[in-house]
Write a protein that binds this ligand. Structure first.
Ligand SMILES: *Cc1c(COP(=O)(O)O)cnc(C)c1O
Length: 497
C-alpha cells in the first residue's frame, strides 16, 4: 500500500496511486514499507535478462497487479522494437573502476524511455482495475526529454489523451522537433512562454484545482501524470541500478557485497531517488553523487541544509536539469525523517510561501550519510566533453558531462577509489549543438542545429541515434502556444470544457 509524503491521504493500492498520479491535496505517494532483499535473493538474479529483473522488482511493489499483467507490461515496454540492442542498459568501461551506464537506447534517445515505455502500460492496467475510471488526461511538464518520451509512450493508447507543456526557449531544436512532429490522435503539445518551473508549477496547480477537476469529471475525464511525481514513473527506474550492479558482478570481477558509487545528473531528483530506493532495498551502493548544473539548488541544499529556490533561473547547455524545484526531494526527505508526514508538509508549506526551507540537524546528518553533491558550470561541461572524447574516446552528452566533472572533483577531494557508475541520461546527438561546440569551439545558430547531426558523426565516427535520423523531414503536427500562467485555460480549450 502507498501513503502520502505529507500524511494527508488514506492508504491506496499501487494501481490507485498510479492512476491518481499524485495526492489530491498535495504530496506524493510512497510505499508504506520498502521490500528488503537478502544477498542470496539478489545473487540469484545475476545474469538474468533485464526483463526478468524488471518483473522481479515490480512484483514487490505492485501487489494488486497479477504476475501476468506485470509480465505483459514489461514485455511491451522492453521489446526489441523499443530497445533493439541485446543489452537494454549497457555498461561501458571508460577508466579504471569507472563505468558509464547508457540509459538512452530507447526510442527517443534519453533515459526517460526506460520508465516511460512502462508507465502508460501500468496506467492502462490500473484504469481497467477501477470500474469508476474515466478517460485519463495525462498532463506533462517537460524540460525537454520527458515530453517526447511520454508522447511516444502514450500515443494512440485507447482511453488516454496526453497534453505536453514545454518552455519555448528552454529546449534544444532537436528536442522541440521531436515533440512537435509526434503523430497519434490523442497527443497535444503546447509551447509555454516561460521556463520549466512555470510549466511544472502550472501543471501542479491544475492537479490541485478543484473547480477544474469537477468540470473534468462532468466531461468524463480524470487527470494523471507522467512526470516522476507518479510512482508508476519512478518505480521502473529502480530496475537498472540492480541490473548494472549485477553486470559488474558478472563481467567485471566485483564480488557481491562490494560497494559501488553511482553518479546521477539530477534535475527533479527522480533518477537519484530510484537509486536510493535500490540502496534501501539492500543493493550494495556506496555513495550517491548528486550532480547539478548552474541551477545548483541541490548542491547548496546538501551543503547547508537550506533549500532556497529564490535565485535566478539559468538556461544552461544541460537543459533537462534546469530546475529549481526538485519535486521528488520530498520523497527522499520522507525517507530520511523516518516517515514524518507532518514535518514534510510543514517544509513544503514554507517552501511554497517563502521559496525556502531549512531541515533540522538530525535530518541533515541522515542526508549526509547517503548523498554527496556537486555542480559543474557550462564551460566545465563543454571542456569535459572535449577531454573525455580526446582521452577516453567516449562521446558524452552535456548532462552526462556534468556528472563526470562532478565525479572527478569528488574523487580528487575525497580520495574515494570505489568502483563508480555514471548514469548517462542522454545520447550526445540529443544536444548536438553543444557537443559540436565543445569539439570544435564553433558556435551554431539554433536553426542550423539539425545539420550538425551528420557533421558530428563524420567528426567522431559515433553513429547518430536512430530516433533522430530524418527529423528535419517530418511534418510539424503541433503549433499551440500559451502564456506561462495560462496552462489551465489551455487544457480547458483542448478538452472543450
Ligand atoms: C530528466 C533528465 C535528467 C534529470 O533527471 P531527474 O530524474 O529529473 O533528476 C537528467 N538528464 C537528462 C538527459 C534528462 O532527460
Amino acid at each position: 500500500m502507498y501513503v502520502s509524503t505529507r500524511g494527508n491521504s488514506d492508504l491506496v493500492s499501487a494501481s490507485q496511486g498510479i492512476a491518481m498520479g499524485m495526492v489530491p491535496g498535495g504530496g506524493l505517494f510512497v510505499p508504506s514499507v520498502l521490500p528488503k532483499l537478502t544477498i542470496a535473493q539478489m545473487q540469484s538474479m545475476v545474469g538474468q535478462p533485464y526483463q526478468r529483473v524488471a518483473e522481479w522488482i515490480l512484483g514487490y511493489y505492485l501487489d494488486d497487479y497479477t504476475k501476468d499483467e506485470i509480465a505483459e507490461c514489461v514485455a511491451g515496454a522492453y521489446s526489441k522494437e523499443n530497445f533493439p540492442k541485446e543489452d537494454i542498459a549497457p555498461l561501458v568501461k571508460i577508466g579504471e573502476g569507472l563505468y558509464i551506464l547508457e540509459l538512452w537506447h530507447g526510442p527517443t534517445a534519453a533515459f526517460k524511455d526506460m520508465a516511460l515505455q512502462l508507465t502508460p502500460r501500468l496506467l492502462v492496467k490500473a484504469i481497467e482495475k477501477d470500474q469508476s475510471a474515466k478517460e485519463v488526461v495525462i498532463l506533462v511538464a517537460t524540460s525537454g526529454d520527458t515530453g517526447k518520451a511520454a508522447l511516444e509512450g502514450f500515443k494512440n493508447i485507447p482511453g488516454t489523451k496526453i497534453i505536453v507543456f514545454y518552455p519555448v526557449d528552454g529546449v534544444s531544436k532537436v528536442q522541440e522537433l521531436q515533440m512537435v512532429t509526434t503523430d497519434g490522435d490523442n497527443t497535444f503539445v503546447v509551447a509555454v512562454d516561460g521556463n520549466f518551473d512555470d510549466c511544472q508549477s502550472g501543471v501542479k496547480e491544475i492537479f490541485a484545482d478543484q473547480e477544474l477537476i469537477k468540470l473534468l469529471d462532468q466531461g468524463g475525464y480524470q487527470f494523471s501524470s507522467a512526470n516522476s511525481i507518479n510512482w508508476g514513473r519512478l518505480l521502473p527506474q529502480i530496475v537498472y541500478y540492480f541490473t548494472s550492479y549485477f553486470n559488474l558482478v558478472r563481467d567485471q570481477g566485483i564480488s557481491f557485497g562490494d560497494q559501488v558509487n553511482y553518479v546521477v545528473p539530477t534535475g527533479n531528483f527522480g533518477n537519484i531517488l530510484a537509486a536510493w530506493y535500490a540502496k534501501n532495498m539492500g543493493l550494495p551502493i556506496g555513495k550517491l553523487i548528486c550532480a547539478s548544473n548552474e541551477n545548483k539548488v541541490l548542491t547548496d541544499f546538501f551543503a547547508t541544509g537550506v533549500y532556497n529556490k529564490n535565485r535566478d533561473f539559468v538556461q544552461t547547455n544541460s537543459p533537462s536539469m534546469d530546475i529549481l524545484i526538485s519535486s521528488n526531494l520530498e520523497r527522499f526527505l520522507y525517507g530520511v525523517t523516518g516517515a514524518d508526514g507532518p514535518k514534510i508538509a510543514g517544509w513544503m508549506e514554507v517552501l511554497k510561501h517563502t521559496g525556502e526551507f531549512k531541515v533540522d540537524e538530525v535530518t541533515k546528518r541522515k542526508m549526509d550519510e547517503f548523498v554527496v553533491s556537486g555542480y559543474a558550470n557550462q564551460e566545465e561541461t563543454l571542456q569535459e566533453i572535449k577531454a573525455c572524447f580526446g582521452e577516453r574516446e567516449y562521446l558524452l552528452d552535456t548532462h552526462t558531462a556534468v556528472a563526470l566533472k562532478v565525479y572527478e572533483d569528488y574523487r580528487l577531494s575525497s580520495g574515494d577509489e570505489r568502483v563508480t557508475v555514471i548514469d548517462s541520461t542522454a545520447n550526445p546527438y540529443k544536444f548536438v549543438a553543444s557537443v559540436y561546440g565543445a569539439l570544435t569551439s564553433e558556435s551554431v545558430l539554433k536553426e542550423d542545429e539539425l545539420d550538425l547531426l551528420d557533421k558530428v558523426e563524420a567528426l567522431t565516427g559515433v553513429a547518430v541515434h536512430r530516433g533522430l535520423v530524418g527529423l528535419g523531414n517530418k511534418q510539424v503536427m503541433h503549433k499551440m502556444h500559451c502564456a506561462g500562467d495560462k496552462l489551465a485555460e489551455s487544457v480547458r480549450s483542448i478538452l472543450g470544457l
